[in-house]
Design a protein. Structure first.
Length: 433
């Protein structure tokens, strides 16, 4: 999704930058530069007077080749940069912007063009390792652009308008770089500043939608998560995004809403509010789902809802012993103490004197023993580690932390076919973590 959405950065950022040349020209005209050579002056006037961007680019290239040290080199490079921007030749526009910055490292329009093209190129990379250097370079240009001083003699009002036009672009680039680095506080801060600096019509188009979506994902990914703000900005992005992005973002917004709230009731109202306003209203919140019962509460419910604790399943008894209050655990243990029973489980470790089993599903999935069978007589044959084995033994004691039920007088049923001890005496396994 991000890769495709980045394409739209070029369109909107280009419109912001293309508005800047006239402002800058108006700002710079106060400092008249005189070209002493008549032929050079004619070539300059001819280049800037070309009727189409394509013709202007060709004339500017020819001028710079013929007069590489001209006093109007920067101005002609800017003409060339604008021409390539207007024709959509982003590679040459970027190269020209870098040339402008060699002459004037603080040129705001060149910094803006470089930053947005580099960000767009990063968005086309499928490998984050390839995207990061481009984003880093773009963010460096953006940081310089935010503090770029006005040119000497520039009209303050025009320069302020130009800076206002490109400031959202700079903030968005810095935020995108921070997001890729998992610096979520910086990403959130700059995405918010970017969106707040945009005119309302830009907030709900192109890069505005894209970065609203990325802002929502930043709230999801930060630790701890801020799912209230995440849902707000994902819902807002979904409200304005075109297909197929709308459906994808909508599902993400609903997923996190349900995860936080416990259901989708009320989501439509949240989305309607988010569509109407960039920022959540003061005091906005989403009612969180009630916390799930604690293991101790679940254990108590199991005890109080079972009329005859003797009939409780072994794994349920084990859960109460591991998680219940001393009173609940004692009630269950009274039904088990000194009772002889058959215990099936996954063999975790085995010696002639004892076998550790994983009996509950959780224990088997984590490959962790929860039963210890102490043998009545040393085993002549040891069960295979990882195999399923059955033992007959008597409940002897238990520990709650770590959870372990200890049984005594263990015997292997006659049907069990373990292997000889001498084949496994060097295979004492510890419980994998």
């Amino acid at each position: 999704m991000k890769k495709v959405l980045y394409v739209t950065v070029l369109a909107l950022a280009s419109s912001a930058i293309s508005a800047a040349p006239m402002m800058l020209a108006q700002s710079s005209n106060q400092n008249t530069i005189t070209i002493k050579d008549a032929a050079e002056a004619n070539a300059y006037n001819s280049a800037i007077g070309q009727p189409t961007p394509q013709a202007k680019a060709a004339a500017a290239e020819a001028f710079l080749q013929q007069y590489p040290d001209s006093v109007v080199k920067k101005q002609m490079l800017e003409v060339l940069m604008d021409a390539y921007t207007q024709t959509g030749n982003t590679d040459k526009a970027l190269a020209t912007a870098r040339n402008v910055l060699q002459v004037d490292p603080t040129d705001m329009r060149a910094l803006a063009l470089s930053a947005y093209v580099l960000r767009a190129q990063a968005g086309q990379k499928s490998n984050p390792a390839d995207a990061q250097p481009l984003l880093d370079e773009a963010a460096q240009d953006a940081q310089k652009g935010l503090t770029s001083p006005a040119p000497t003699g520039a009209d303050a009002a025009n320069y302020s308008k130009m800076k206002a036009a490109v400031t959202p672009l700079f903030d968005g680039v810095i935020a995108a770089d921070a997001l890729e680095k998992k610096d979520y506080p910086t990403a959130i801060k700059n995405f918010l500043e970017e969106l707040q600096a945009m005119p309302p019509q830009q907030q709900v188009a192109g890069p505005g939608i894209q970065d609203t979506y990325l802002l929502g994902t930043a709230y999801v990914q930060e630790k701890p998560q801020d799912l209230v703000n995440a849902v707000w900005y994902l819902a807002r992005a979904a409200a304005y995004a075109p297909e197929p992005f709308k459906d994808q973002i909508q599902k993400a917004a609903q997923y996190w809403y349900k995860k936080y709230h416990g259901g989708t009731d009320g989501f439509d109202d949240v989305q309607a509010q988010a569509k109407a306003s960039l920022m959540p209203p003061s005091g906005f919140t989403i009612k969180p789902a009630p916390p799930p019962p604690s293991p101790q509460e679940l254990a108590h419910t199991a005890v109080t809802s079972t009329p005859d604790l003797k009939t409780m399943a072994l794994t349920d008894k084990e859960f109460v012993l591991a998680n219940g209050t001393p009173d609940d655990a004692s009630k269950v243990w009274d039904t088990m103490k000194d009772l002889t029973t058959k215990v099936p489980g996954k063999v975790i470790s085995a010696t002639p004197d004892s076998v550790e089993l994983a009996v509950s599903d959780d224990a088997q999935q984590s490959n962790k023993a929860d039963f210890t069978i102490n043998m009545k007589k040393p085993l002549k044959m040891l069960p295979t580690i990882g195999s399923t084995a059955n033992f007959i033994a008597t409940f002897d004691s238990y520990t709650q932390n770590p959870p372990m039920i200890i049984m005594k007088d263990g015997e292997a049923p006659a049907a069990t076919k373990p292997h000889a001890v001498h084949h496994t005496t060097t295979r004492h396994h510890t419980n994998p973590q």
